[in-house]
Design a protein around this ligand. Sequence first.
Ligand code: F6R
Length: 256
Amino acid sequence: MAITIRIFKNADDAGIYVASIAEMVIRQQQHPVLGLATGSTPIPFYKALVNLYDCGLDLSHVTTVNLDEYVGLSGDHPQSYRYFMQEQLFSKTNLHQQNTHVPNGVAEDLDQECHRYDQILQKHTIDFQILGIGLNGHIGFNEPSDTLLAKTHVVHLKEATVKSNARFFESIDQVPNQAITMGVQAILQAKKIVLMAFGEEKASIIEQVILGDVSTNIPASILQLHQDIHFVLDIASASKLLANEKAKKTLGLKVR
Ligand code: F6R
């Protein structure tokens, strides 16, 4: 097993493909654990998974652990990641609420909350991890830095991340500048990982992540070290890879 790259015509087709991988994991395991992401990228995947549920896929035995949550937003805040998950997936399926885990962004003691989350992660090794990617290469909210942290931690979001996420808020001042994020250990311990990226603006970071060196300054590049990593792209996010004849050949990329 190594890197697998799939390039779809559009994000909806990609979402259906990733949901069918999730279905396989969910049906194979007695107690499947899905690692989940928020943001625009995984929305087609959640739509497709809800569709599969509507067609008979049982999720009652599934545990979910989310990558991150904003500090200062409670689960009933419309921009919180707990709220996003409720809207996109949890409330639309038979997932049991008590089996869904998202860090608590309003915990009184944030260090304690990180520790509590690590204990959950220790108990539930992730079978299938879904990732998006920031324009700066972050995964979860593991931002570019000289070092990456293994454990769940509180992170100060980079200016670029706050700017990019402002599109979900009424104004940029409302975007929290801190978050709790899973560290890279739990992500890399996932048995299977799918990183999805859609749109032209992700083309450059995708090229660097797949073809560049492994570097903490591009956190997603550490995924090159994982033994079962899938990059699920659309033509726009794959455009720089597809324009590179050498990469096309070595990676065996084909789009018909
Ligand atoms: C969200 C997360 C982030 C996003 C990334 C891309 O839980 O962990 O790493 O995946 O910021 O966001 P979108 O998909 O909105 O471009």
